[in-house]
Design a protein around this ligand. Structure first.
Ligand code: KIV
Length: 263
């Protein structure tokens, strides 16, 4: 049995080895990924990959609680991160009420919120009140409509300086680690070096403190769009389609079920 990571053991990996994080949204996949990863993220990306929506904006706290419970059932020995949906942390008070709801209604080990310097007062309030927080800086998927798309960050000197400020503010506020998404790799590397907590990248190059991918992207199940930073470790969609085709054909020809599948 793998040993469950803790806030302390996660922080201690900084400078020693990269952290491995992946998303999961249900017990079945959580059980499959558990033996190989350090942390499981129940991302609000489930609104796209699981619920079929175009972005993460309409994710609800109830959805996050439902899926986090499912993941925790499947991966009882994993450190589980629950994403806070858009609109659930617009100020300190609302953020704390929603984070308490997540902590009381799921066994999640921490919550994740998007935003840097401008969210640091909220992160501090959560940490001061017993909520472990994973930050998320760089490209913020919840800002897709306000920014008019998914924009890679760190392309200008100003953006680089802001990312460094963001990372330092998130750390100072009490977060124990953070995700950095969609950032030029040389900038992400600088950002990771300017804080003492792990900075886990997605689309941020190799020179950070860990990597996270959305499981349906890296297993090739999500066919709509494959971002440049995703490596497909499995041709999941075609494997599933071929298997279902075989099943349909065997049902049609009465080849299935055979004697061994019959009572
Ligand atoms: O929701 C999610 O899956 C995420 C990852 C992209 C880091 O936040």
């Amino acid at each position: 049995m793998t040993k469950k990571m803790t806030l302390t053991s996660i922080k201690k990996t900084k400078g020693i080895r990269p952290l491995v994080m992946i998303t999961a949204y249900d017990a079945l996949f959580a059980r499959l990924v558990e033996p190989s990863v350090d942390m499981i993220l129940v991302g609000d990306s489930l609104n796209m990959t699981f619920a079929g929506k175009d972005d993460t904006i309409s994710t609800t706290i109830e959805q996050m609680i439902y899926h986090t419970n499912a993941v925790c059932m499947g991966a009882k020995n994993s450190f589980v991160v629950c994403d806070m949906p858009f609109g659930t942390y617009i100020n300190k008070e609302i953020a704390l009420l929603n984070a308490i709801k997540v902590f009381q209604e799921t066994p999640a080990d921490c919550i994740k919120i998007e935003g840097g310097e401008e969210k640091s007062n909220i992160i501090k309030h959560l940490c001061d009140n017993g909520i472990a927080v994973c930050g998320h800086i760089g490209l913020l998927p919840q800002a897709v409509r306000s920014e008019g798309g998914y924009k890679v960050k760190g392309k200008t000197e100003d953006e680089k300086l802001q990312l460094i400020k963001d990372a330092k503010a998130v750390e100072m506020a009490g977060a124990f680690c953070m995700v950095i998404e969609g950032v030029k790799s040389e900038v992400a590397s600088e950002v990771a070096k300017c804080v003492d907590i792990p900075v886990i990248g997605i689309g941020a190059g190799v020179d950070v403190d860990g990597q996270v991918l959305v499981f349906s992207d890296m297993l090739g199940f999500y066919e709509e769009f494959t971002p440049k930073f995703v490596k497909k470790y499995l041709d999941g969609a075609n494997l599933v389609k071929d298997a279902i085709k075989d099943y349909a054909s065997e049902v049609s020809s009465r080849e299935f079920p055979k004697e061994e599948h019959t009572y």
